[in-house]
Design a protein around this ligand. Sequence first.
Ligand SMILES: *[C@@H]1O[C@H](CO)[C@@H](O)[C@H](O)[C@H]1NC(C)=O
Ligand SMILES: *[C@@H]1O[C@H](CO)[C@@H](O)[C@H](O)[C@H]1NC(C)=O
Length: 180
Amino acid sequence: MQIFALTFVVLSLVSTSFAKECPKIVTQKVFDVTKYVGLWYEAYRSDIIFEVGSRCVNATYSPNPDGSVAVWNQAVNLLDEYTSIRGTARVKNASEPAAFVVTFDNPIQKGDYNVLTTNYDDYALVYACRTVPILDVKLEFIWFLSRKKTMSPGTVNELKKILSDMGADVNSITQTEQNC
Ligand SMILES: *[C@@H]1O[C@H](CO)[C@@H](O)[C@H](O)[C@H]1NC(C)=O
Ligand SMILES: *[C@@H]1O[C@H](CO)[C@@H](O)[C@H](O)[C@H]1NC(C)=O
């Protein structure tokens, strides 16, 4: 769930067989952030270098008085250590209430956080994409969030279909271990 600054290491993991432009995305039009906050488990994610080997990942969102959302991500890393990071999510433009930018202070990071679809009670599909012009590749960040530690295969397939219809690469999406 952490969006770190780009490094060239990331690029080696990126599939270049897909279109190199980020797809046009549509975030959830009617979005009630008060129903969205709370605890989410990371059920699936795309291959993202800074999350490699991390498991038992969850995110806790809580409303801030100024309308932004406090983000608290927790995980167990590759070395079996507990890690956590805090940040803030802000809506970019009130006309698109499910399109956020998340910033973290330590280490400093910033990234998009687009809720493509959620029913608040079970699942959320979160997506971000960046292009790297010089290298002519795109980096896709995909998270399937679940209120439970698991996600039903039916939901997983539905979310993958949304992504592939949109033109995203679903090949690197893998289940996150929640064995803690
Ligand atoms: C969230 O994740 C952290 C790190 O894996 C874990 O210690 C904590 O118990 C989890 N919280 C819940 C409510 O499962
Ligand atoms: C916000 O969205 C509206 C409608 O799409 C657009 O007209 C406006 O320029 C946007 N504002 C900013 C600051 O991007």
